[in-house]
Design a protein around this ligand. Structure first.
Ligand SMILES: [Zn+2]
Length: 243
């Protein structure tokens, strides 16, 4: 089943006029920066329309990490250009190049290339899912590429496309919970990386469960170490002040 049932439409007159106005610009005048122009009320209305629409049809879920966000305020989401707008400004308002994502996935994905042929500058948005190296929110079936394990949230690649989605959207961050403490033991991060790679080749359910349990233990160990390091650091700073 496709994650996004139908792409956004620009029906309302003002919104349509703004989008058409951009699409009629010369290719040399189109730019990803257009999206971030301040004090442009018509642009703000288009962006709000896009975000509100996709938050609704995506059922409050990020298309890359699949976490559900219960925040109602649309500022909690980023409008996401699947092919980055700075690399391909031609697709700035293309409905099938748009969705909403969580801020962390959007930040990780940033301006990274998502096309199989990174030098390819298509005139029309590629609608063939094989043109993309990541799981495309409009064209791919996520469940075929990535298995999501809830509590703790964890992503298992089922294909090369799934592996690339995890890499480009930084989905291993859910395993590296210890990074919220500001330090990550590189040894533990490496071990989690090795376990994660072995998950990709583990096809049997029992084997996957064992590896996941090992990853969870490693994550907990990492959080413990990071907590202790933070406390030790606070104590050291405190005694430097009082001593
Ligand atoms: Zn996300």
């Amino acid at each position: 089943m496709k994650f996004i049932p139908a792409p956004v439409e620009y029906v309302e007159e003002k919104i349509k006029a703004k989008v058409d106005g951009y699409n009629l610009l010369k290719e040399t005048e189109k730019s990803g920066k257009y999206w971030d122009q301040p004090d442009d009320a018509a642009l703000a209305a288009v962006k709000k329309h896009i975000k509100d629409y996709y938050i609704g049809v995506q059922d409050g879920k990020c298309p890359y990490c699949r976490q559900q966000m219960l925040v109602k305020h649309n500022g909690a989401w980023d409008a996401e250009h699947i092919i980055p707008k700075d690399l391909h400004p031609r697709f700035l308002f293309d409905p099938e190049n748009l969705c909403v994502s969580c801020k962390d996935c959007n930040g990780e994905k940033s301006n990274k290339n998502v096309l199989k042929n990174s030098n390819y500058k298509p005139k029309k948005l590629p609608r063939n899912k094989d043109a993309y190296i990541i799981c495309h929110p409009h064209f791919d079936t996520y469940e075929d590429e990535v298995k999501v394990v809830m509590n703790p949230l964890f992503h298992i690649p089922k294909s090369e496309k799934g592996r690339k989605t995890i890499e480009i959207c930084g989905l291993l961050r859910f395993a590296y919970k210890m990074s919220t403490y500001g330090t990550v033991s590189t040894g533990i991060a490496d071990e989690i990386g090795v376990l994660h790679r072995s998950l990709a080749s583990a096809t049997e359910g029992g084997e996957q469960a064992l590896i996941l349990a090992a990853i969870k233990d490693k994550c907990d160990e990492g959080v413990e170490l990071a907590k202790r390091a933070r406390i030790a650091d606070l104590v050291k700073r405190q005694s430097a002040l009082t001593g």
